[in-house]
Design a binder for this molecule. Sequence first.
Ligand SMILES: [Zn+2]
Length: 325
Amino acid sequence: MARKKRNSLYISWKPAALAGVAMVLLGFVWIGAGRQRDAAYRKLLGDERIEVQQNTVPPDVRQWVSEGGVLGANSIDTFTLRMFPIMIRVPILMYHYVEYVKDKGDTIRKSLSLAPYTFEEEVKTLIGAGYTFMTNAELADALSGKITLPDKPIVLTFDDGYRDFYTDVYPILKKYHVKASAYIISGFLGYPNNMDASQVRQIADDGLVEIGAHTVNHAWLKGMNEKELVYEVDQCKKTLERLTGKPVVSFAYPYGVFDVPAIQALAEAGFTSAVSTIPGVDQYQTHRFFLYRLRPGGRTGESLLSWLEGIKNEQISYLKTGVKE
Ligand SMILES: [Zn+2]
């Protein structure tokens, strides 16, 4: 009887006490979640190396978004812009040939080429300066808030899938355990100058190198009719996915040339980012389909670092370089 009475008394104050405790706990959870979110933002934004301009979208980007932007999904982009940093500073370095050019008369190849020794020096410089190598798939995830950025992030990108990537670059990446993104022309697999299918599969397998798409035929996408455009984008993605058994989500525009239909085709095919050849280091969520890149040339050591750290984004010049033309 006494026990029952005590129980009933217990029951009578229990709801109030429980409600009180729940409110206090909820309060902690709420504050905790807020702090966690702030910490995540701070981690994403960084303290010094990443510039943040909350809610200050450059006028041309604002115009682009308001006119429908990518996908016509401008409301999502606008929402994302409010929730996440508009800009993160991530240099994306661009390479083509990395080899000792045998034909001294091949001036184009010489101008696009970097000696493997110099590339290795660049990698050593960046490691020594504390840079963290990531892939463009990871950068796209950071831009959309899915992952936090590593310290001093940097991306190495290699266009065209040349055979020297396999013979000269890949061994250096493996030696220093450095991540990179390689953009492959699916229709050129096995050409004398390009990697073959088994080489691409092999570099995709060990997980250091992200395989991205660079169209089927190294196509000039701007102004292309829709059928051809979709073929160049989708077929390249499918071929590389079948080959590697991994999702292919990153894209590089051949010749750096693109337009709004090209961006739409990429988004519809399931790509999460595309690199352009527009110079800059500040990457925007709204620019994930034309990320900026830099040409490091033969800089190594201090000259590479001071060049990298001194770069400011050119005030966005894409209106002149493709999107709206
Ligand atoms: Zn190319």
